[in-house]
Design a protein around this ligand. Sequence first.
Ligand SMILES: [Zn+2]
Length: 240
Amino acid sequence: MNVLNLDSIKQDLIKVAHFCAVKGLVPATSGNFSARLENQEILISVSGKDKATLTEGDLMLVDFLGRAKASNLKEDDENAENGVVPPSLKPSAETLLHTQVYRTFPNAKFIAHFHSSSSAVLSKVLLKQGIKALKLEGFELLKALSGVLTHDYTEILPIFPNNQNIEELADLIQPVLEKLANSEKPLHAYLLAGHGLYTWGSTQSETIRHVDALNTLIESYLLEMQLNKVMQGKEEVVEV
Ligand SMILES: [Zn+2]
């Protein structure tokens, strides 16, 4: 990949991260962001950085197995000679969750993972009740998701239990991604209970659109649940 292309992918990726930060979706250095490169390599945000001030220096190269590439090192770094990546250069802890999306969905070029309180709370409450997917339907905003042409559509977002063992979590998620990758309806995202949401897109702008739409759809779902409860037994017919 030539330098100009790589620079433009880095800038696109930073735009996605900054958008999430502006929306308040990645509090306290949470969340992570990545972009697909060539030859089964990805660019991913390093661990523990504030996404509002993310720069090119906070992105690193890893392969599809989540291993950091020695090419992250500057030429004058003494480690570059023997190809050793120092432990101080650490990709996001959730790197394997990114690489499995790229392996399963060939059109995914960017991934955004955020920790909004609405996605964390809703997924936690639903899974606690034994509900393993969030069903979003009847909203005009569903049309912001790629391939969706009408509000009369049902978007299903799988919910997985959270786990600090990322390999175990990736193993749990993989069969569901594979099943949905081969279904008629495109999968746009999934939720981790009490944690957050993963979404992806074929371009930077599509990824940002998915983040914005899914965040608003989840907030709308919560608001609808609250209002339905308040309105119970108070329905009246109003003519216009
Ligand atoms: Zn996370």
